[in-house]
Design a protein around this ligand. Structure first.
Ligand code: PEP
Ligand code: MG
Length: 294
Protein backbone atom coordinates (compact mmCIF):
# COMPACT_ATOMS: atom_id res chain seq x y z
CA UNK A 1 0.00 0.00 0.00
CA UNK A 2 2.88 2.36 0.89
CA UNK A 3 4.31 2.25 -2.64
CA UNK A 4 0.92 2.69 -4.29
CA UNK A 5 0.18 5.72 -2.11
CA UNK A 6 3.49 7.40 -2.83
CA UNK A 7 2.20 8.72 -6.19
CA UNK A 8 -0.25 10.86 -4.24
CA UNK A 9 2.42 12.57 -2.17
CA UNK A 10 2.87 15.64 -4.34
CA UNK A 11 -0.63 16.14 -5.65
CA UNK A 12 -2.66 19.18 -4.64
CA UNK A 13 -6.07 17.71 -3.92
CA UNK A 14 -9.09 19.67 -5.05
CA UNK A 15 -12.79 19.58 -4.46
CA UNK A 16 -15.06 19.01 -7.47
CA UNK A 17 -15.46 22.81 -7.85
CA UNK A 18 -11.69 23.33 -7.95
CA UNK A 19 -11.22 24.54 -4.36
CA UNK A 20 -7.92 23.29 -2.96
CA UNK A 21 -8.20 21.05 0.08
CA UNK A 22 -5.16 21.54 2.24
CA UNK A 23 -3.87 18.30 3.69
CA UNK A 24 -1.57 19.33 6.51
CA UNK A 25 0.35 17.64 9.32
CA UNK A 26 -0.12 17.46 13.08
CA UNK A 27 3.30 17.61 14.71
CA UNK A 28 4.73 18.39 18.12
CA UNK A 29 8.44 18.98 17.56
CA UNK A 30 10.95 20.13 14.96
CA UNK A 31 12.17 16.54 14.66
CA UNK A 32 8.91 15.66 12.92
CA UNK A 33 9.28 18.23 10.12
CA UNK A 34 11.10 15.84 7.84
CA UNK A 35 8.54 13.06 8.16
CA UNK A 36 5.74 15.54 7.50
CA UNK A 37 7.43 16.88 4.36
CA UNK A 38 8.26 13.42 3.11
CA UNK A 39 4.63 12.50 3.47
CA UNK A 40 3.62 15.49 1.32
CA UNK A 41 2.18 17.75 4.01
CA UNK A 42 0.84 21.05 2.69
CA UNK A 43 1.92 22.88 5.80
CA UNK A 44 1.16 22.23 9.45
CA UNK A 45 -2.43 22.36 10.67
CA UNK A 46 -1.56 21.73 14.30
CA UNK A 47 1.76 22.32 15.99
CA UNK A 48 1.29 21.18 19.56
CA UNK A 49 3.52 23.32 21.77
CA UNK A 50 3.05 21.21 24.92
CA UNK A 51 6.13 19.09 24.32
CA UNK A 52 8.27 22.22 24.19
CA UNK A 53 7.05 23.08 27.67
CA UNK A 54 7.08 19.55 29.09
CA UNK A 55 10.51 18.55 27.80
CA UNK A 56 12.48 20.86 30.00
CA UNK A 57 12.77 21.39 33.72
CA UNK A 58 11.96 25.07 33.19
CA UNK A 59 9.72 27.16 30.95
CA UNK A 60 11.17 27.74 27.46
CA UNK A 61 12.40 31.31 26.99
CA UNK A 62 10.87 33.73 24.50
CA UNK A 63 14.05 33.64 22.40
CA UNK A 64 14.13 29.87 22.31
CA UNK A 65 10.47 29.77 21.28
CA UNK A 66 11.07 32.42 18.62
CA UNK A 67 13.79 30.26 17.12
CA UNK A 68 11.64 27.15 17.09
CA UNK A 69 8.57 28.79 15.57
CA UNK A 70 10.77 30.60 13.00
CA UNK A 71 12.40 27.34 11.92
CA UNK A 72 8.96 25.83 11.52
CA UNK A 73 7.59 28.76 9.49
CA UNK A 74 10.62 28.75 7.18
CA UNK A 75 10.49 24.99 6.68
CA UNK A 76 6.97 24.97 5.25
CA UNK A 77 6.68 28.37 3.53
CA UNK A 78 4.76 29.18 1.35
CA UNK A 79 2.41 26.74 3.07
CA UNK A 80 1.00 27.98 6.37
CA UNK A 81 1.94 26.67 9.78
CA UNK A 82 -0.69 26.80 12.51
CA UNK A 83 0.80 26.91 15.98
CA UNK A 84 -1.51 26.13 18.88
CA UNK A 85 -0.86 28.08 22.03
CA UNK A 86 -0.03 26.08 25.13
CA UNK A 87 -2.69 23.47 25.89
CA UNK A 88 -1.93 21.86 29.23
CA UNK A 89 -3.96 21.02 32.30
CA UNK A 90 -3.69 19.11 35.53
CA UNK A 91 -3.32 15.86 33.59
CA UNK A 92 -0.29 17.18 31.64
CA UNK A 93 1.92 18.94 34.17
CA UNK A 94 4.54 21.51 33.26
CA UNK A 95 7.52 22.63 35.32
CA UNK A 96 6.92 26.17 36.52
CA UNK A 97 3.12 25.91 36.63
CA UNK A 98 1.38 24.98 39.84
CA UNK A 99 -1.80 23.22 38.87
CA UNK A 100 -4.46 23.01 41.55
CA UNK A 101 -5.71 19.58 42.58
CA UNK A 102 -8.85 19.15 40.55
CA UNK A 103 -11.43 16.40 40.64
CA UNK A 104 -12.12 16.88 36.95
CA UNK A 105 -9.02 18.24 35.24
CA UNK A 106 -10.66 17.87 31.81
CA UNK A 107 -13.27 20.36 32.99
CA UNK A 108 -10.78 22.47 34.83
CA UNK A 109 -7.96 24.94 34.54
CA UNK A 110 -6.49 24.11 31.14
CA UNK A 111 -5.70 25.46 27.69
CA UNK A 112 -6.67 29.07 27.11
CA UNK A 113 -8.10 29.32 30.64
CA UNK A 114 -4.72 28.70 32.22
CA UNK A 115 -2.89 30.91 29.71
CA UNK A 116 -5.14 33.91 30.32
CA UNK A 117 -4.53 33.57 34.06
CA UNK A 118 -0.79 33.34 33.54
CA UNK A 119 0.33 36.21 31.26
CA UNK A 120 3.87 35.56 32.48
CA UNK A 121 3.68 32.31 30.47
CA UNK A 122 1.27 33.36 27.71
CA UNK A 123 2.88 36.65 26.70
CA UNK A 124 6.36 35.27 25.97
CA UNK A 125 4.69 32.68 23.72
CA UNK A 126 2.63 35.31 21.90
CA UNK A 127 5.67 37.58 21.54
CA UNK A 128 7.71 34.68 20.14
CA UNK A 129 4.93 33.92 17.65
CA UNK A 130 4.73 37.57 16.54
CA UNK A 131 8.49 37.60 16.01
CA UNK A 132 8.49 34.27 14.14
CA UNK A 133 5.65 35.36 11.82
CA UNK A 134 8.19 37.55 10.02
CA UNK A 135 9.67 34.36 8.54
CA UNK A 136 6.62 32.77 6.92
CA UNK A 137 2.85 32.46 6.92
CA UNK A 138 2.39 31.57 10.54
CA UNK A 139 -1.05 31.37 12.10
CA UNK A 140 -2.02 30.92 15.72
CA UNK A 141 -4.93 29.04 17.26
CA UNK A 142 -6.35 28.94 20.73
CA UNK A 143 -7.28 25.66 22.43
CA UNK A 144 -10.30 24.89 24.62
CA UNK A 145 -12.17 28.08 23.83
CA UNK A 146 -15.64 28.11 25.39
CA UNK A 147 -16.42 31.81 25.64
CA UNK A 148 -16.09 34.85 23.39
CA UNK A 149 -14.30 36.84 26.07
CA UNK A 150 -11.36 34.42 25.83
CA UNK A 151 -10.80 35.55 22.25
CA UNK A 152 -11.26 39.21 23.12
CA UNK A 153 -8.84 39.01 26.05
CA UNK A 154 -6.26 37.15 23.96
CA UNK A 155 -6.48 39.79 21.25
CA UNK A 156 -5.86 42.50 23.85
CA UNK A 157 -2.77 40.61 25.02
CA UNK A 158 -1.53 40.27 21.42
CA UNK A 159 -1.91 44.03 20.97
CA UNK A 160 -0.03 44.61 24.19
CA UNK A 161 2.79 42.35 22.96
CA UNK A 162 2.91 44.20 19.63
CA UNK A 163 3.21 47.55 21.38
CA UNK A 164 6.04 46.21 23.53
CA UNK A 165 7.93 44.74 20.58
CA UNK A 166 7.52 47.97 18.67
CA UNK A 167 8.88 50.01 21.59
CA UNK A 168 11.80 47.59 21.86
CA UNK A 169 12.55 47.97 18.15
CA UNK A 170 12.06 44.23 17.50
CA UNK A 171 10.77 42.87 14.19
CA UNK A 172 7.34 41.28 14.30
CA UNK A 173 4.31 40.65 12.13
CA UNK A 174 0.63 40.31 13.06
CA UNK A 175 -0.52 36.73 12.54
CA UNK A 176 -3.99 35.41 11.78
CA UNK A 177 -5.72 34.11 14.90
CA UNK A 178 -8.15 31.20 14.91
CA UNK A 179 -9.86 29.05 17.47
CA UNK A 180 -10.10 25.35 17.97
CA UNK A 181 -13.66 24.16 18.14
CA UNK A 182 -13.54 21.45 20.76
CA UNK A 183 -16.18 22.33 23.33
CA UNK A 184 -19.97 22.21 22.82
CA UNK A 185 -20.06 25.86 23.92
CA UNK A 186 -17.78 26.84 21.04
CA UNK A 187 -20.08 25.01 18.61
CA UNK A 188 -23.14 26.79 19.98
CA UNK A 189 -21.53 30.22 19.64
CA UNK A 190 -19.69 29.41 16.40
CA UNK A 191 -21.44 32.23 14.46
CA UNK A 192 -20.33 34.74 17.08
CA UNK A 193 -16.78 33.38 17.16
CA UNK A 194 -16.61 33.42 13.36
CA UNK A 195 -17.00 37.20 13.40
CA UNK A 196 -13.96 37.54 15.65
CA UNK A 197 -11.44 35.09 14.21
CA UNK A 198 -9.78 34.22 10.90
CA UNK A 199 -10.39 30.46 10.98
CA UNK A 200 -11.77 27.47 12.84
CA UNK A 201 -10.01 24.18 13.42
CA UNK A 202 -12.27 21.45 14.74
CA UNK A 203 -10.56 19.33 17.38
CA UNK A 204 -12.61 16.16 17.17
CA UNK A 205 -10.69 14.36 19.92
CA UNK A 206 -11.89 16.73 22.60
CA UNK A 207 -15.12 17.70 20.86
CA UNK A 208 -16.19 14.04 20.93
CA UNK A 209 -15.36 13.67 24.61
CA UNK A 210 -17.22 16.84 25.57
CA UNK A 211 -20.26 16.37 23.33
CA UNK A 212 -20.68 12.78 24.50
CA UNK A 213 -19.63 13.53 28.11
CA UNK A 214 -17.30 10.54 27.83
CA UNK A 215 -13.71 10.80 29.04
CA UNK A 216 -11.41 10.22 26.05
CA UNK A 217 -8.98 8.23 28.23
CA UNK A 218 -11.53 6.00 29.96
CA UNK A 219 -11.83 2.60 28.22
CA UNK A 220 -15.10 1.85 30.03
CA UNK A 221 -16.88 4.51 27.98
CA UNK A 222 -14.88 4.02 24.79
CA UNK A 223 -17.97 3.06 22.76
CA UNK A 224 -19.47 6.50 23.44
CA UNK A 225 -16.23 8.14 22.44
CA UNK A 226 -17.08 7.85 18.78
CA UNK A 227 -16.78 10.73 16.34
CA UNK A 228 -19.33 9.10 14.04
CA UNK A 229 -22.01 9.40 16.70
CA UNK A 230 -24.77 11.52 15.13
CA UNK A 231 -24.46 14.07 17.95
CA UNK A 232 -20.79 14.68 17.18
CA UNK A 233 -21.33 14.78 13.42
CA UNK A 234 -24.13 17.33 13.97
CA UNK A 235 -21.76 19.47 16.03
CA UNK A 236 -19.16 19.33 13.25
CA UNK A 237 -21.76 20.26 10.64
CA UNK A 238 -23.03 23.20 12.71
CA UNK A 239 -19.49 24.49 13.06
CA UNK A 240 -18.79 24.14 9.35
CA UNK A 241 -22.02 25.92 8.46
CA UNK A 242 -21.27 28.86 10.77
CA UNK A 243 -17.74 29.19 9.42
CA UNK A 244 -18.72 28.91 5.76
CA UNK A 245 -21.52 31.45 6.21
CA UNK A 246 -19.07 33.91 7.76
CA UNK A 247 -16.56 33.26 4.99
CA UNK A 248 -13.74 31.99 7.17
CA UNK A 249 -11.64 28.86 6.69
CA UNK A 250 -12.87 25.78 8.49
CA UNK A 251 -10.41 22.97 9.08
CA UNK A 252 -10.07 19.97 11.31
CA UNK A 253 -7.10 18.71 13.30
CA UNK A 254 -8.53 15.86 15.37
CA UNK A 255 -7.81 12.23 14.52
CA UNK A 256 -10.98 12.01 12.43
CA UNK A 257 -9.48 14.36 9.82
CA UNK A 258 -7.40 11.48 8.46
CA UNK A 259 -10.21 8.95 8.11
CA UNK A 260 -11.00 8.10 4.47
CA UNK A 261 -14.47 6.92 5.50
CA UNK A 262 -15.30 10.39 6.86
CA UNK A 263 -13.34 12.75 4.62
CA UNK A 264 -16.02 12.88 1.88
CA UNK A 265 -18.57 13.92 4.49
CA UNK A 266 -16.28 16.63 5.94
CA UNK A 267 -15.63 18.04 2.47
CA UNK A 268 -19.34 18.06 1.70
CA UNK A 269 -19.82 20.08 4.90
CA UNK A 270 -17.39 22.71 3.63
CA UNK A 271 -14.09 21.93 5.36
CA UNK A 272 -11.10 23.00 3.25
CA UNK A 273 -8.24 21.97 5.50
CA UNK A 274 -7.59 18.60 7.11
CA UNK A 275 -4.65 18.13 9.43
CA UNK A 276 -3.47 14.72 10.55
CA UNK A 277 -0.51 12.62 11.59
CA UNK A 278 2.00 12.41 8.72
CA UNK A 279 1.33 8.68 8.31
CA UNK A 280 -2.25 9.41 7.17
CA UNK A 281 -1.49 12.15 4.62
CA UNK A 282 -1.01 10.17 1.42
CA UNK A 283 -4.10 8.05 2.04
CA UNK A 284 -6.13 11.21 2.64
CA UNK A 285 -4.81 12.86 -0.53
CA UNK A 286 -5.74 9.76 -2.52
CA UNK A 287 -9.23 9.81 -1.04
CA UNK A 288 -9.80 13.47 -1.93
CA UNK A 289 -8.29 13.12 -5.40
CA UNK A 290 -10.69 10.31 -6.16
CA UNK A 291 -13.65 12.35 -4.93
CA UNK A 292 -12.72 15.29 -7.12
CA UNK A 293 -12.96 13.21 -10.27
CA UNK A 294 -16.23 13.64 -12.10
C1 PEP B 1 -8.35 17.59 19.60
O1 PEP B 1 -8.79 17.76 20.75
O2 PEP B 1 -9.01 17.07 18.68
C2 PEP B 1 -6.98 18.00 19.27
C3 PEP B 1 -6.56 18.00 18.03
O3 PEP B 1 -6.18 18.37 20.29
P1 PEP B 1 -5.49 17.36 21.32
O4 PEP B 1 -5.68 15.97 20.75
O5 PEP B 1 -4.06 17.80 21.37
O6 PEP B 1 -6.25 17.62 22.55
MG1 MG C 1 -7.80 19.05 22.18
Amino acid sequence: ERVALKVFRDIVPKRADGTIIEVAANIGSLEEIEAAQEAGAMGVGLFRTELLFMRHMHLPSEDMQTEIYSTLAKAFAPYPVIVRTLDVGGDKPVAGVDFPDEENPFLGWRGIRMCLDRPDIFKPQLRALLRAAVHGPLKVMLPMVSDLTEVVRTRALIEECEAELKAEGKDYRRFETGVMIETPAAVLIASMLAKEVAFFSIGTNDLTQYVMAADRLNPTVASLNDVTNPAVMAAIEMTAKAGVEAGIMVGMCGEAAGRPDLIPEFIRMGLTELSMSPASIQRAKKCIAELGQP
